[in-house]
Design a protein around this ligand. Sequence first.
Ligand code: CTP
Ligand code: MN
Ligand code: MN
Length: 488
Amino acid sequence: MAQVPLKKKKRRAPSPPAEPPAPGRFPAVVLCLVEKRMGASRRAFLTALARAKGFRVDGAYSAAVTHLVSERNSGDEVARWLAQQRGERGPGGDPDPGPALLDLSWFTESMSAGQPVAIEPRHRLRVTGPAAQHGWHVAPYACQRRTPLAHSNQALTEALETLAEEAGFSGSEGRSLAFTRAASVLKALPRRLGALEELGPLPGLGEHSRRVIQDVLEDGVSAEVQRVKLSERYRTMKLFTKIFGVGVRTADRWYQEGLRTLAELQERRTKLTRQQQAGLRHYDDLNTPVGRGEAETISRAVQEAVWRFLPGAAVTLAGGFRRGKLHGHDVDLLITHPEDGREAGLLSLLVSWLDSQGVILYQHSQENSYEGPEPPRGEGVLDQFERCFCIFCLAAPGGPAAGRGWKAVRVDLVVAPISQFPFALLGWTGSRHFERELRRFAKHERKMVLNSHALYDTRRSLFLPAASEEEIFQHLGLEYVPPTERNA
Ligand code: CTP
Ligand code: MN
Ligand code: MN
């Protein structure tokens, strides 16, 4: 009796076991055969042949594989297959350049020789871009990429970000952005970069950035970056811009006037705003990172205070902490209420009450200046929510400021009506570069204007409402990127 279906199944060659019984006669060589186009039965045959000759052949791809052999596949196809196997977002920190991608010719010659033959250029599959060989398909906009908090190219991104900062200090916004973009691309790479050539034609990497990368890869440091870090100009600008309320222009003016230290700033009775005075008074505390625990304590305290005036209102921790950071320079809190409009007037009640409790060391509020759904005039405008820039007095019993039992912490309070909340949340989660890229993508690729209040489609002349961040990504035709992967 013919059992057709069963026989059909039986004819399919079984996959080779995932791990071979013995390491093989050639410990430096671990083979893996790509089944695509080769077919399962031929693969099983070739596997058995090689094992019989003492080669280690693994049934599945792993980091141990040194020689990846395929038949009738293009180099790009195999590179893509490999990228999938390795998991494009796999754990970083692995400088391993990956296996050699080989044509069957290497395999047959090695079988005839009874040992692995030296790899020659003709054995290698041709991959169009070196980056493709490593599975590095980096999308051009940061909002199209997933950028986790931890990545494998810290030394490189730090060097580039120092230069970005320095360019910002000298008012060269374009140059600053170029370095920031380059750093952001490296943050999205799945592994540590071993050589500049591995990068290939990745987007957003200019000549200057490549030179810096090469220096750091070769010497461990970039002489240019070292020079910047030691320069009086950079160090002074950094010192001054770390004062709450001091931007690049003010810091630059002080530098031009010959000021170099915080003490000089105070001695010379430089005219300071109320905000800058508070910034200077609490300089050390405000430049001590805020821990996640501290952020959560503050978030809970604000939530409780909010309920005194508006039960049902919700407080959401946004900013870097929402992206999974363990430390931040401030605490960003968004406040909303499930009924549109109920949130109006809440902020001043909240701040007065916190003040009466001795929580507020400094605050300045800004009224809601959003004029409703009018087609946006320009982009890049700061959002116009009712908000309060504060310095809180946080009880810190065992903390770094244990001696006095409290610590000054920067807190941003922002109130958004529920109808705009998803836009506010998206806008206040960051990172800054991710936000900038979202808006750039919306403008150039979709002819839409995105800000922290709304999304406007200029081609159809209409606002696109959204009840969640996911819906905003959908409107933009972008794959959803969760907060923890927005660390661009
Ligand atoms: N933001 C904004 N308007 C401002 C200030 C900030 O829209 N006037 C947004 C920024 O785009 C950013 C987010 O709010 O995405 C958080 O800003 P900030 O607190 O400066 O940065 P974090 O990413 O939270 O970094 P840190 O952890 O150092 O605070
Ligand atoms: Mn923040
Ligand atoms: Mn902030």
